[in-house]
Write a protein that binds this ligand. Sequence first.
Ligand code: FAD
Length: 494
Amino acid sequence: METGNIGNIVILGGGTAGWMTAALLRRALPEKISITLIESDQIGTVGVGEATIPPIRQLNQVLGIDEREFLRETQGTAKLGIMFEGWRVNGESYMHAFGPVGKNFPFCDFHHYWARARIEGDGSDYWDYSLNYQAAIAGKFSAVSKIPATNFSGLSYAYHFDAGLYASLLRRHAEAKGVLRIEGKVGDVLNSSRRDFLAGLQLEDGREVCGDLFVDCSGFAGLLIGQSLGVRYLSWDDWLPCDRAIAVPSSGVAPIPPFTRSIAHDAGWQWQIPLQHRTGNGLVFSSTHWDDDQALSVLMRNLPGEPLAEPKIIPFKTGCREKQWQGNVVSIGLSSGFLEPLESTSIHLIQTGVTRLINFFPHQKICDEEIAEFNRLSRLELESVRDFIILHYKLNERRDSSFWQDCASMDVPDSLHRKIELFRKTGKFPKEADSLFSDSAWLQVMIGQGVRPKSYHPAAGDLTEKQLRAFLQGMRAMIGSSVESMPPHAHFIL
Ligand code: FAD
C-alpha cells in the first residue's frame, strides 16, 4: 500500500477533537503541509466534555497557550481529582486525587507502609497522605511544583473548562498559525482508485476539498472511518452498561470546589463540573434499568443550582473502532471510540491520538507497518482505560438496586481480574509500561471501592513500630501545614 508524500491534510469536524488535532498538527508539522478543517455550524458539536486530567497542561504549554489566558477565555477552574460519592456503598465517598499519595521508598511503595500500619491497628485514612485530597476538601489551591522546603511534590492538577469556549480558543490559535477553516456540511466522499483511500470530500453545496490524509473528527457519526470505510465498532457494553446521558448546565456555585463530583444513583451516576460562570451537570445511565423520564427526574432533583438550558439527551455506545487508522483515514475523538466520562479520559485520548499520529506521521508514503503499530498502541491504551473504568463498577458493594447488583456480579476482562486479585492478596501491583493511570490512581479506586490488601511487602516491616508511627505522623503534619498555608481556589481563577 502506498501513496505519494502527504501535502494536504483534511480534518472533518470542529469539535474539541477537530480543533485540538488542527492546533497540534499545525504546531508539529512543517508549513509546506497544508491543514484544512471542515465543520458545520448547522450540525454543531456534542457540547459536553469539560473535565480533564493533568496532561492537558502539557498540551497547552506545547501550543503556547498561557494559563491565565486559558482560564479567562474558557471560564476554567482547577481540578485536583474526582470525588466518588456513593460508589462503594450509599453515603460514603472517596476521591481519585491526582498526584502521589504518601512518598514511595526506592524498593517499596508507600501504601505497603500504610497497609502495615492499618493491619497493626492504626486508624489513619489513605487520603490523609494525599496533598491533593486535603487541598481539595479544604477548597485550597496553589500551583507550586514542590511543597516549600521539602522534596515532596506540590499539587498535581488539571482543569475544568467550557468545551465550546475551549474549541474557540484552539480555533483562534490554529487559524492564526495557518489552518484553513471551511464552513459547510460534507454530503459525500470522493474515492480514489485505491481501496480505503479517499481522494476528497464533497460539500452539500458542491464544493470539493481534496487531500492526501483525512482525519475523521466527525464525532459519533464517524462519517469517514465508519460510514465510508466501513470500519466496525466493537462494543464493550457487556462490561460498561451505561448507554445514555442527559446533560444540563446550571447556575454556578460558591465557593467553587477544585474537583469534579461523580455521584452514584440507582442506575447510573451524575457528574458536576464546576466552572467560573456555571456548573456542567449530567447523568450517565443504563437504559435497561431506567427510562429517560426517570433519569431526567433524578438529574433535575439533584442540580446544584438553577437550570440554565433545556436538558439534552445523548445516546452513546461504549466501545471503539476495530482500527483507528485505515487507508488514509485516521479517526480521532468520538469517531474512534467512546468510554463514558467517569475518569474524564476522552479529551486526553484525543491528545494522545494526535501525538501518536505525529509520531507515526508518514515520511513519504503511508505504509502498512506504521498503520498497524498506530492501531496496536491505540487499542492497548483504550483497553487500559476501559479496565480502569470497569473497576469502579465491578467493586461496588451496593445491594440496593439491580443495576449495582448486575455490575458487581459481572465477569470482567482477565487483565482486570488479575490486577484486583494480586492487590487483594499481596498489596502488590503489576507495573505496566505506558499505562495512562498511575499506580496511585488504581490504588485509590481499589481502596476506595473497598479492597484492603491482606498483607504488605516485607520491606515495610523494616521500620520499628515507633519509626513507622513517626514517619506517618510526620507526613500527615507536613501535608496539613502545607494545605493550611495555601490560598483559596478562588485566588487562582480570579
Ligand atoms: P463533536 O463535538 O461531536 O464534533 C463533531 C464535529 O464534526 C462537529 O464540528 C460537527 O459539526 C462536525 N461534523 C459532523 N458531521 C459533519 C458533516 N457531515 N459535515 C461537516 N461537519 C460535520 N471527555 C472528557 O475528556 N471529559 C469529560 O468530562 C467528558 N464528558 C463527556 C460527557 C458525555 C455525556 C459525552 C457523550 C462525552 C464526554 N466527553 C468527555 C467526551 C468529549 O465530549 C469528546 O471527546 C469531545 O467533545 C470531542 O468530541 P468530537 O470533537 O470528537 O465530536
